[in-house]
Write a protein that binds this ligand. Structure first.
Ligand SMILES: NC(=O)c1ccc[n+]([C@@H]2O[C@H](COP(=O)([O-])OP(=O)(O)OC[C@H]3O[C@@H](n4cnc5c(N)ncnc54)[C@H](O)[C@@H]3O)[C@@H](O)[C@H]2O)c1
Length: 460
């Protein structure tokens, strides 16, 4: 686990694992161009793999395989020392799936090494040591692979391992707000050990996301370009400190350590950093992918209920987009699955030019309600919950689940002010995210009268 994902989300990863582990499916979920070593071998040999084995033997197959530069490696590629050497410079993810599942998936296929169950099981055991040897990260399913590719580390107890999870060996500046610093700051400092060079405090909440705060932080920072900013906190801390890292010395590495539910399932993932202007939220920022993202679900145990409720709106949004009731899962799994969903979308569209827009489901309405309330008295979570109701109604969907889990109640704001804020936010074109029969759709033109009607229903 010495190497972790770098600041570039499009870095190549190598996926290793036994036959039937699901490597191709996982690679497709990450959205990187998939280069399958088996296909390269078949192209080089000019015939299908069963025929290579039959005509030329396994040694010839492995010789072809060594030539291949691969993303998804064939199950046996790591038996070659040359391939193992090549993997030394790549993030290597081992998709470790139990032998029974692998056998169920490949039995009856024409794969030459899957013809005899006893031999298959023997090979499986033999290969495990080799996979363990080359792996930087061990994954057990497609969601783990996505998280590894995005450099997101989700583990109960991860905070105590922070020293080894922050890549590199340069100095670290720890940034947090007073509340989080008071509860988890000491554990973070202990875990960072001798790498901790400086600590900084930001104001709590949106006040962290102001130019004044960032200017003060920039002036206090003493890190050189080998340094890393570690942002320990909720979404306001990670947005602000991430933006500080994006511009400081023209960009240094940063590691969000997400402590709120909003940050663990949303804000700390995907590389969007930013601050607010008096004219509106998140108007200045940068895409700056973290060197690694650390998520320790145990930290949620100290989160106040109100903050947890805010986070649940994003969880429900994620579940609706994923088409699965992720909100029903126990905390650790809920966080892992939501984080993986967001990570996959952001890996496929890191610069928000296409499908990443789906993450705004319900948010057009939410922003309008928050703006109409002057950003006071209506929490973001409540506004998102109401926004989800509107988005679902416009999609012709049942709103029962949102009502039952989030129980949103209409807000008291001025209707005209909310409508004007919505039009300003959308710059005149009413293109929304809706949930279609085949999943989320974005940039859907919705008639103004329908949007206005649904907005009005959210206002008391
Ligand atoms: N960059 C993105 O992609 C993205 C996505 C979603 C939201 N956001 C941003 O995230 C921000 C909201 O994030 P938030 O709700 O986490 O706000 P926050 O950072 O203000 O945290 C909420 C409150 O919870 C406290 N807190 C956090 N973790 C705690 C813990 N473990 N125990 C006790 N208290 C804890 C904080 O001190 C704070 O008072 C907004 O500014 C929003 O714009 C960004």
């Amino acid at each position: 686990m010495a190497r972790v994902h770098g600041a570039d989300p499009l870095k190549k990863i190598a996926l290793v694992g036994f036959m039937g582990a699901g490597k191709t499916t996982a690679a497709q979920a990450v959205g990187f161009p998939v280069v399958d070593s088996d296909e390269l071998v078949e192209q080089a040999a000019g015939k299908p793999i069963p025929e290579i084995f039959r005509d030329d033997g396994e040694t010839a197959f492995r010789a072809h395989e060594e030539e291949a530069i691969v993303l998804a490696l064939g199950g046996g590629a790591v038996t070659s020392a040359k391939v193992r050497e090549a993997l030394a410079d790549t993030l290597t993810v081992w998709l470790d799936v139990d032998v029974d599942t692998c056998w169920e998936r490949v039995r009856g296929s024409d794969r030459p090494l899957a013809q005899n169950e006893a031999e298959f099981r023997r090979l499986y055991e033999e290969r495990r040591a080799l996979y363990a040897d080359v792996a930087d990260v061990v994954a057990h399913d497609v969601h783990d692979v996505v998280l590894a590719a995005a450099g997101v580390h989700v583990e109960r107890g991860a905070l105590a391992k922070l020293g080894s999870l922050v890549p590199g060996d340069g100095p670290v500046a720890l940034v947090s707000d007073a509340t989080v610093a008071g509860i988890h700051g000491m554990d973070a400092q202990l875990a960072l050990g001798s790498r901790l060079a400086e600590t900084h405090e930001l104001p709590s909440g949106e006040e962290a996301k102001t130019l004044l705060t960032i200017d003060r932080l920039w002036q206090e920072l003493r890190l050189d370009r080998r340094g890393t900013i570690v942002a320990l906190g909720g979404g306001c801390t990670t947005d602000a400190a991430g933006y500080a890292a994006a511009a400081y010395l023209r960009g240094i590495a940063w590691v969000p350590v997400a402590t709120s539910l909003v940050a663990q399932v949303d804000a700390a993932i995907g590389g969007k950093t930013g601050i607010d202007l008096p004219q509106g939220k998140n108007l200045v920022g940068a895409f700056h992918w973290p060197a690694t993202t650390v998520i320790d679900p145990a930290l949620l145990e100290t989160l106040p209920d109100a903050q947890r409720r805010d986070g649940m709106s994003e969880v429900v949004k994620t579940g609706l987009l994923a088409g699965e009731p992720l909100w029903e899962l126990p905390d650790d799994e809920l966080v892992r699955r939501c984080a993986a969903f967001k990570a996959a979308v952001c890996l496929r569209d890191p610069l928000d030019q296409g499908e990443r827009k789906m993450l705004n489901l319900g948010h057009t309405f939410a922003h309008a309600l928050e703006a109409a309330a002057g950003y006071e008295g209506v929490t973001h979570g409540r506004a998102v919950a109401l926004g989800l109701l509107a988005a679902l109604r416009l999609s012709g969907r049942d709103i029962g689940q949102v009502e039952e889990i989030l129980r949103p109640t209409p807000v008291k704001v001025d209707r005209e002010r909310a409508w004007e804020a919505l039009l300003r936010d959308k710059k005149g074109a009413l293109r929304l995210v809706l949930l279609g029969d085949d999943g989320p759709q974005w940039d859907v033109d919705v008639p103004a009268a329908d949007v206005r009607r649904e907005l009005d229903r959210l206002i008391a």
